[in-house]
Write a protein that binds this ligand. Sequence first.
Ligand code: ADP
Length: 287
Amino acid sequence: MIFNGNQLANSILQTLRVTSKIKPKLGICLVGDSPASKSYVNRKLKACQEINVDAEVFNFSENIEQDQLIKHIQSMNHDGILVQLPLPLHLNKLDIIHSIPYEKDVDCLHMHNLQRILVYGELCEMLPCTPAAVLQILDYYDVNVIGKKVTVIGRSFLVGLPLSLLLQKRNATVTVCHRETLNLDQHIMNADIIISAAGHPKLVRNVKQGAIVIDVGISQGEKKGRIVGDVDFDVVKNQASLITPVPGGVGPMTVCMLMRNLCNIWKKKQGQPVYINPKLSDAYLND
Ligand code: ADP
């Protein structure tokens, strides 16, 4: 089975559509003019339009000073705030993220929000978008991870680290691989579920017959303007029982989860019940 991320993302976006007169507002800070970052921001703006919420983009020069950017962030009155990553190297990414009030941190990258995930897992109303996208795909196919061997490749703050925590909270047996991992192929072959978030083309070349393969990687392909994932798709699709393509797999779902975070921030502010994964069992915070 080949997952269609655009289709599922569109159907979830329909359920998020805001019909009230007053609506949430997303504020996006974009530093520099990298075409990739611009294209990500445009996708986020399009999703905002689709669910009928307001969005505003603030463009800053590549050379903006750290204090200037932080002052701007502190002056924003939007319901959700995000800074498009990556940032130029002279800026301290963590200090900038931490200048966003944590209850508005729609990307869920602030250390306070990561701590909450560590404790409450998916019971939080905001989840890091890419990990949430992966879990949503597993849920869509009713994949039960309890006791399964899950290999996560990558341990970044953005994806691998929070995802491995969330999968542990779902009672999977998680192996986290990274740049220094020896015998990566063995960890891949051994796994029932492989989630690759390394940004390294053709890192996953063979999997166990019937494995589930979720490709979070994004790299430039050999042809200019093409993006490719971490998985050798043409080979692995014949071995996997379920595989996500790049593009058109996890990517659109990630934007969709950003919209869900924004709606949850808004609902919480309004005192309305927030969306929490209905599939979590009562045993969810056992350990
Ligand atoms: P992202 O934030 O999208 O996950 P990063 O570049 O921040 O991307 O992180 C990439 C992660 O992938 C790192 O944790 C790194 O250790 C891991 N990684 C990169 N290359 C390899 C590789 N060849 N084998 C295994 N893990 C890798």
